[in-house]
Design a protein around this ligand. Structure first.
Ligand code: C2E
Ligand code: MG
Ligand code: MG
Length: 635
């Protein structure tokens, strides 16, 4: 009898199961499917051994019984094939209905295979002495192998074709497992006395276990709580099942422990973890940030549980219960207001960063409005990423008229994004978000490159123009490599720096100001000039002009508008013009829409006028056509 190898396989699987069962686990569908594969493989090996024994003693136990058991062994092989496919489908389909839609067909095939295996004959092949059975063959075996083959082909097809929908580690592990089976069955086919298929199956299961089904991979090493990967998988499953749940998020920052003596902190942290680990009727996850998520799958009972947890934190920690710690609390009463798993951590991050009320309150209950705001912001982020990736960032140009030269001598480059439908999105929609996410660095660079390309293609002198103004965001100004990058771009396009004028605005922090000054110094040395944009919108603009080495000051539209609407504002503007001229700087007046406004500004001695009176910002082609039409004015 050759059952030693199979017995080794059984022992290996029992050891694996021992480790598996001891671990703390969450009820993930994929883990359930893995258990399906595990038990199918286990019974397969067990029946392999059993059938060998029964066949050996078939004279005592009866021939039909021996054949029945041998066929049952074949049926367990089909079980392995079915469970393997189910394991792949669970990963592929989030929705139960989709899963069953595909799986149903294969279950029917499996059932046909089982019926066929039992219905048709099975034969033994004897050893030369005619006593010992070497292996089984006949229609029953062929039915099993034929049906199993369909399953394996389907699995390999899915692994190859559905790459995006199956976890790559799972694809790899299933591949190793199936290849082990196939190689072993080939060896067994050629050398009939080496019965290694069962053992190869158990090795395959070990690979699956070690590569992705070890529940330990779902645990945070330092605390033993579930980790962020588990949080993602579990919430993904809840969303797929369209189940509502509540989430209490505890945020532990350094200031959480500020009232606790340094020496006691570690002990208190351990006590808190111990408490969280013992919480009942909920699952507790910790991510790499400082956030702990407590999920309640029954939102009706969640409120009471949340109060209980808050009460525990209020009652103090440490041996004497005197240490009070204050984590930030965020509560999402109905997480189904979110659309999918990724959005939960995104929402928490968004609220931490953006919602002012969060830091003021110690207990922040997330309302639907916050979720909507988060989605709008994410939509805009996506819009920017999409536009950057698909070359849908465009530059419009708005002409600037020189009162001394009496024609268009410069223009401001203004960014636009084209959405998927081809509609133009103005910067007011996305600049703030681009600044917050850091995407403005990329966006600014794209705009600058396009401007340089434009200057290269259309030499400005041809139209009597001197330079193009390009906006710089405060985030760009505070970026250490800005000067280096922009000089690199000008060099790449062989653009003379005298054609470039960069518009800066007031920086909030002194640190950012220092970096900006460094950047300005390098760029000015190279030959670039600067303007101060948005004058008249801040409070300390006058000081800023003194400190910043700019050549031009741009009056914001709100300032020029109030000149015409408000008697007192007139004096402020006139005084500002006087001072700025005194500093030998030029002025651009923005937002000039009518002839009267233009006339007034000209009479005030303002050197440059920008506004709809001349033109709205125009796409590149239209701007060139506009300049062509005005060519006569300066020739
Ligand atoms: P800004 O730099 O002060 O640009 C002037 C804005 O006033 C432009 O709006 C322009 O279309 C608008 N404008 C000019 N004349 C008139 C007028 O007569 N009437 C009215 N109603 N509006 C006028 P836009 O293009 O929507 O840009 C808004 C802001 O977005 C800009 O203000 C600037 O701060 C920012 N921005 C635009 N392009 C860029 C860019 O490439 N990078 C960065 N960082 N910011 C940009
Ligand atoms: Mg500007
Ligand atoms: Mg401006």
């Amino acid at each position: 009898m050759h059952i030693q190898i199979q017995c080794c396989g059984i022992v290996l699987m029992l050891v694996l199961f021992y480790f598996y069962a001891r671990q703390k686990r969450i009820a993930l569908e994929t883990q359930r499917a893995f258990l399906g594969v595990f038990w199918a493989s286990f019974f397969c090996i067990a029946f392999d051994i059993f059938s060998i024994l029964v066949i050996q003693y078939r004279h005592v136990l009866s021939e039909p019984f021996a054949k029945f058991i041998a066929k049952t062994y074949l049926v367990t092989l089909l079980g392995v094939a079915v469970s393997a496919l189910a394991y792949i489908y669970v990963d592929m389909y989030e929705k139960r209905d989709d899963y069953w839609h595909d799986m149903r067909r294969y279950l029917v095939l499996g059932a046909v295979g089982v019926a066929g295996t039992y219905a048709v004959p099975l034969y033994y092949n004897y050893a030369p002495d005619g006593i010992e059975v070497l292996y089984t063959y006949g229609p029953s075996v062929y039915v099993t192998y034929g049906v199993s083959l369909v399953f394996f082909v389907r699995i390999f097809y899915l692994i190859r074709k559905e790459k995006a929908r199956i976890n790559p580690r799972r694809r790899e592990a299933v591949c190793i497992w199936l290849v082990a089976w196939i190689v072993a069955s080939q060896i067994q086919f050629m050398y009939t006395d080496i019965l290694i298929v069962g053992y190869a199956g158990s090795i395959g299961i070990m690979v699956l276990y070690l590569k992705l089904e070890n529940p330990e991979t779902n645990l945070d090493r330092s605390t033993g709580l579930f980790n962020s990967g588990a949080l993602y998988q579990y919430t993904k499953q809840l969303f797929a099942k369209e189940k509502d749940f509540s989430a209490l998020v505890l945020i532990f920052e350094n200031n959480t422990y500020q009232n606790v003596h340094m020496e006691k902190r570690e002990a208190i942290k351990m006590e808190v973890i111990e408490y969280l680990l013992k919480l009942q009727n909920c699952l507790v996850f910790k991510n790499a940030e400082d956030e702990t998520y407590i999920l309640f799958t029954d939102p009706a009972c969640a409120q009471a549980k949340v109060e209980e947890i808050r009460g525990r934190f209020a009652s103090g920690w440490g041996e004497d219960g005197a240490s009070r710690i204050r984590p930030h609390w965020m509560y999402v009463p109905h997480a189904n207001v979110i659309d999918r798993a990724e959005s939960l951590t995104y929402l928490v991050r968004y609220i931490r960063q953006e919602e002012k009320a969060f830091s003021e309150n110690t207990f922040y209950c997330v309302e639907k409005e916050s979720v909507d705001r988060m989605y709008r912001k994410r939509e805009v982020e996506q819009l920017i990423i999409d536009a950057v990736d698909n070359d849908r960032v465009e530059v419009f140009y708005q002409p600037i008229f020189s009162t001394s030269e009496q024609h268009i001598t410069s223009a401001e480059a203004l960014v636009r994004i084209r959405d998927r439908e081809g509609k133009i999105v103005p910067p007011g929609v996305f600049i703030d978000t681009a600044e917050e996410s850091g995407m403005i660095l990329k966006l600014g660079e794209i705009v600058f490159e396009k401007v340089c390309r434009f200057i290269r293609k259309h030499p400005l002198e041809r139209f009597g123009m001197h330079y193009i103004e390009v906006n710089l965001s405060v985030v760009q100004c505070a970026y250490e490599n800005l000067a280096q990058d922009y000089i690199g771009i000008m060099e790449r396009y062989s653009v003379d720096p005298e054609y470039i004028n960069l518009e800066i605005t007031e920086s909030a922090s002194t640190n950012a100001k220092k970096t900006l000054l460094g950047n300005m110094e390098n760029l000015m040395e190279y030959g670039v000039r600067f303007s101060l944009d948005d004058f008249g919108t801040g409070q300390s603009n006058l000081n800023y002009i003194v400190e910043m080495p700019v050549d031009i000051v741009k009056f914001d539209r709100s300032m020029t508008n109030s000149y015409f609407e408000n008697g007192k504002a007139k004096y402020v503007m006139e005084a500002a013009i006087h001072m700025i001229h005194g500093m030998n700087l030029e002025i651009v007046s923005e937002g000039i829409e009518t002839k009267e406004q233009f006339q007034t500004m000209e009479d005030l001695g303002i050197s440059h006028i920008q506004g709809y009176y001349f033109s709205k910002p125009l796409p590149e082609d239209e701007f060139v056509a506009f300049l062509e039409s005005k060519k006569a004015e300066f020739l």
